[in-house]
Design a protein around this ligand. Structure first.
Ligand code: 5GP
Ligand code: ZN
Length: 109
C-alpha cells in the first residue's frame, strides 16, 4: 500500500523515531507547529478514526502517549486527531498529534 506512515512504521523511509512498541510508533512531525510535535500511529493501517474496527487500537495508541511524554519530561500537552479533509487531515493513516512547548489557544482554528 502506498502510505507514507506505513512506510515509516515499516522503516522503509526514515523518520525521527521517538518511541516504538509492538503496536505503535511515534516520530517527530516533519513540519512541527510547536517546539514538541510528535505523531503517534498504530503500525497497522487505518485510514482514519472512522476506520478503526478494533477497540484495542485506541488503548494501544492512547496508553503509549503518557509513556512518551513522561520519557520526554512533558506534563502538559495537546493531543489532536484530524478526521477528514475539512477537519485538516492530510495523511490518511490515523495519527494523533502530540503538541507541547508553547501556549495553545482554544477554540481550535
Ligand atoms: P494531518 O494534517 O493529516 O492531521 O497531519 C499530518 C502530519 O504529518 C502533518 O503535520 C505533516 O507535517 C506530517 N507529515 C507529512 N508527511 C510526513 C513525513 O513524511 N514524515 C513526517 N515525519 N511527518 C510527515
Ligand atoms: Zn498506512
Amino acid at each position: 500500500m502506498d502510505c507514507i506512515f506505513c512506510k515509516i512504521a515499516n522503516k522503509e523511509i526514515p523518520a525521527d523515531l521517538i518511541y516504538e512498541d509492538e503496536n505503535v510508533v511515534a516520530f517527530n512531525d516533519l513540519n512541527p507547529t510547536a517546539p514538541v510535535h510528535l505523531l503517534v500511529i498504530p503500525k497497522k493501517h487505518y485510514s482514519s478514526l472512522n476506520d478503526i474496527d478494533e477497540e484495542k487500537v485506541f488503548g494501544q495508541i492512547f496508553s503509549a502517549i503518557p509513556k512518551i511524554t513522561k520519557k520526554l519530561g512533558i506534563k502538559e500537552y495537546r493531543t489532536v486527531v484530524n478526521t477528514g479533509k475539512s477537519a485538516g487531515q492530510s495523511v490518511f493513516h490515523i495519527h494523533v498529534h502530540v503538541l507541547s512547548g508553547r501556549e495553545f489557544t482554544w477554540p481550535a482554528g
